[in-house]
Write a protein that binds this ligand. Structure first.
Ligand SMILES: [Zn+2]
Ligand SMILES: [Zn+2]
Length: 410
């Protein structure tokens, strides 16, 4: 098969149970052989769905401030935001924390059990599971809830409801279901990859021998075949206009990043005094209160990660472009490492957006104390989403195209 990250033709060995195959050049995991590759993710997915139902049924968290008690259920969080005219934030919450994870679990169950469905439908589900994986932000929301606890401890007593433990379990189970679902095996299970009628040269790039890897199902295809016969995804040897798309999204997110940091992200109203706060003032307030670890988490997730990520994507684009190629030879492994970090870390910046969601839903004690979301939160969420898409549009294979073939002359 072709490595999806660096385009190297690799021969897969016969894997024994519990072993995984790793690309010898970029060290990406190509495929892993799990014990019960179909049944294991299905079991985790079913348990995750059951836990998700429990997590939505009962009160999630509660709070007591000077004798007044308030509690919310998970499904009430978006309702409160819609009531505040922040339907956009509510939509993000519903999509990332409820709909996408639920759909993915359902699709894993149906595909894993080989339920008789039209082939088209199976393909659509398989494609969405693969695409939606990064948008499942269940565990990020959980961290957001924990951060909110620390923020609220200064004001009153915080408690967890009966839904909290099922939610934590839901988190673990869905992460595990994704983890033990191997993409290569998963597509082979839907339908074996199309056969190639030509000789494959191991250890050479796909580009050099006129082959490409399907971006969705990892099938090896001729480079001039633009539509994958297995998953119907359109693709090219290198993602078309990858750098232009990445740069365009990056510039948009830089333009949004400035107001997102200057404008307030939420308004805290204590005894009728509205007090707007932006990202930085939230960090400073937590630091002054003595919650140093949480203050650091918010600082890293909301300020350091987005700005470093924007710089890193810019650098990757420069390195992969022709300008970068002239400027000299940088260590490919280091650039690839940067790319992997950018891919992994980007989603975690959503923590602050979720914190605002939890706070504004829970802290509604009339004039005494209330928290409302503000426009900066939407801008910040946009920055995170746009940089995530920018990282996805970037074709990592461009970084490896310059690698010189190992020559014996030097
Ligand atoms: Zn590789
Ligand atoms: Zn395909």
């Amino acid at each position: 098969m072709l490595c999806p990250q660096c385009d190297l033709m690799v021969e897969l060995p016969q894997l024994s149970q519990g072993k995984k195959a790793v690309c010898p050049r970029c060290h990406t995991t190509l495929t892993a052989r799990w014990v019960e590759p179909a049944l294991q993710p299905v079991c985790f997915a079913i348990s995750a769905l059951i836990m998700m139902v429990f997590a939505n049924l009962f009160p999630f968290i509660n709070m007591r401030v000077s004798g007044i008690y308030s509690q919310i259920r998970l499904i009430e969080i978006p309702q409160v935001m819609v009531g505040d005219d922040y339907a956009s934030l509510a939509t993000l919450f519903v999509i990332f924390v409820q709909l996408v994870p639920a759909f993915c679990m359902l699709a894993i169950i149906l595909l894993g059990l080989k339920v008789k469905l039209p082939y088209r439908l199976q393909v659509v589900m398989g494609r969405i599971v693969y695409l939606a994986k990064v948008w499942c932000m269940v565990e990020i929301f959980l961290v957001g809830v924990l951060v909110s606890f620390v923020k609220l401890m200064a004001y009153g007593d915080i408690g967890v409801g009966p839904s909290f433990i099922p939610y934590c379990l839901f988190c673990l189970l869905q992460v595990r279901a994704f983890q033990c679902m191997d993409r290569y095996w998963f597509w082979q299970n839907i339908q074996p990859a199309p056969k190639l009628e030509r000789e494959l040269r191991i250890g050479e790039s796909g580009l050099a021998q006129g082959l490409r890897s399907c971006p969705c199902c990892m099938a090896t295809l001729p480079a001039d075949m633009h539509r994958c016969p297995r998953c119907f995804t359109t693709g090219y040897a290198r993602r078309k206009n990858s750098l232009q798309w990445t740069l365009a999204l990056l510039i948009t997110s830089v333009m949004l990043y400035i107001p997102a940091n200057l404008l307030p992200i939420m308004v805290t109203e204590v005894l009728g005094n509205p007090e707007p706060s932006n990202i930085m003032s939230g960090v400073i307030l937590l630091w002054k209160d003595g919650s140093y670890p949480v203050s650091m988490v918010i600082f890293i997730a909301s300020i350091m990660v987005p700005s470093l990520k924007i710089l890193a994507i810019g650098w990757l684009c420069y390195d992969a472009s022709e300008m970068g190629q002239k400027s000299g030879y940088l260590d490919r492994h280091r650039m690839h490492f940067i790319y992997e970090i950018v891919e992994f870390v980007g989603r975690w910046s959503m923590i602050d957006v979720f914190v605002i969601g939890v706070l504004s839903a829970l802290v509604r004690i009339g004039r005494l104390m209330s928290v409302y979301p503000a426009v900066g939160a939407i801008l910040f969420a946009m920055v995170v989403i746009l940089t995530m898409i920018a990282a996805m549009m970037f074709d990592p294979r461009l970084l490896w195209d310059r690698t010189k073939p190992v020559s014996t002359n030097q």
